[in-house]
Design a protein around this ligand. Structure first.
Ligand code: SF4
Length: 399
């Protein structure tokens, strides 16, 4: 994508956000950070799924005190994913009191809506920026629709009401979000933090609002931008809204790191949001993370549920393997795998993939030809087609 919005490059541990760096996938834990073991386990789950940065809540003395033990636990598992501390209201107190925590965290998230929007007289905001300067840490100035600085939005609304050509109130709210983040970022720079230490986000819950706000941000600054729709919702609604909003912005070259915030469905694994973020970037050809599985939608010609089960199983198998494969095999994430339901499109699509299988449809012989690099390689039959196919995929990757 050569039309990318030009930004400063921000170093977060070994990960770069902005500049020429690839768009970074990040996520957030939902454990009580004071619960060290559960937080370590969830950070590892997210990192293994491909989250390149993980954010944790630091909302209390207990949470702040737990950070060194969390770093120690992660180091024992060789997990070096950069950790961001999410601070609200009391961040200035926690960061100044818990020195080791401030030193260890790779980045601090500051919400100007609840520690002041960058007014030079605001001691809470300044205290956090001073800690960032002291430890040479980047910050995310993260403004949220739900916690927007009331004083600033009231001021802008009042000015608009008195103007000769008042603008729609939605536009004023967009302006308030952008102004809150940029005023805060500029105040941090004036205090001594480098512009290459600042990432900005302005999260809202509606697609059109997000697009407008980030287009304004991109037009007005060169700070690295963190994209995300907040309170996107559950299930397909959250996935669709996040994909549409971030997809449009990414296509315009806007956004240096993304998080897909999904309301967890009962029993759903926390790493789902990481997979969705990866799939958004992969669908746009911005980045590749895991081999793509081409599967037909299925129809009356598919003979059983086996086709759907196999597709799901192959997808899960590839993702689980990627934890090791991405370190062992260069370019494996670009591989194409096909699982097709019958002879109509099965052999054709399978030939287009690196490895593809065409399952038997209604009335077809109970055998499944496998194609490798466009040529028929073998035919699978019997009870163990799934296992045999996964074995062939593994052998193909190794070769
Ligand atoms: Fe139906 Fe066969 Fe097409 Fe799959 S490939 S959608 S089973 S016709």
């Amino acid at each position: 994508m050569d039309r990318r919005h030009k930004t400063h490059a921000v170093q977060v541990g070994h990960v770069t956000i902005g500049g020429d760096a690839p768009v970074v996938v990040q996520s957030m834990t939902d454990t009580d950070t004071a619960d060290v073991q559960r937080t370590i386990d969830q950070i590892r789950l997210l990192a293994d799924a491909g989250s390149e940065i993980v954010r944790v809540t630091v909302n209390s003395e207990e949470a702040a005190a737990a950070i060194p033990a969390i770093y120690e636990g992660l180091a024992k598992h060789n997990c070096n994913v950069p950790i961001v501390g999410d601070f609200h209201y009391n961040g200035h107190l926690l960061l100044t009191k818990y020195d080791e925590t401030a030193r260890l965290l790779h980045k601090y998230r500051i919400n100007p809506g609840n520690v002041g929007f960058g007014n030079k007289k605001d001691d809470r905001f300044n205290a956090m920026i001073d800690v960032a300067i002291k430890y040479d840490k980047p910050v995310r100035i993260g403004v949220n629709w739900g916690s927007l600085d009331k004083e600033l939005s009231t001021q802008l609304m009042d000015e608009n009401a008195k103007s000769e050509n008042p603008r729609p109130s939605q536009e004023i709210l967009h302006e308030a979000l952008v102004l809150s983040s940029l005023t805060s970022a500029d105040a941090a720079v004036e205090r001594g933090l480098g512009a290459n230490k600042i990432v900005i986000s302005c999260k809202v819950s509606r697609v059109q609002d997000l697009i407008s706000v980030y287009q304004m941000l991109a037009a007005r600054c060169e700070y690295a931008l963190h994209l995300g729709l907040t309170e996107a919702g559950m299930g397909s609604k959250g996935i669709v809204a996040s994909s549409v909003a971030m997809g449009i912005l990414l296509q315009e070259g806007i956004g240096n790191t993304i998080r897909t915030s999904l309301t967890p469905e009962p029993g759903a694994s926390r790493d789902k949001e990481v997979i969705v973020s990866q799939q958004i970037l992969q669908a746009l050809d911005v980045r590749s993370f895991a081999p793509e599985v081409t599967a037909c939608p299925g129809c009356g010609r598919t003979t059983s549920t086996f086709f759907r089960v196999l597709t799901d199983e192959v997808d899960g198998f590839l993702r689980s393997k990627m934890v090791n494969w991405r370190h062992q095999y260069i370019g494996v994430e670009n591989m194409k795998v096909a699982v097709m339901g019958c002879i109509v499109n099965g052999p054709g699509e399978s030939k287009h993939a690196n490895i593809g299988i065409s399952l038997p449809g209604t009335g077809e012989a109970p055998s499944a030809p496998v194609f490798i690099d466009g040529e028929k390689f073998t035919t699978l039959k019997g009870e163990n087609i799934a296992e045999d196919y996964k074995k062939l995929i593994e052998e193909y990757v190794q070769k």
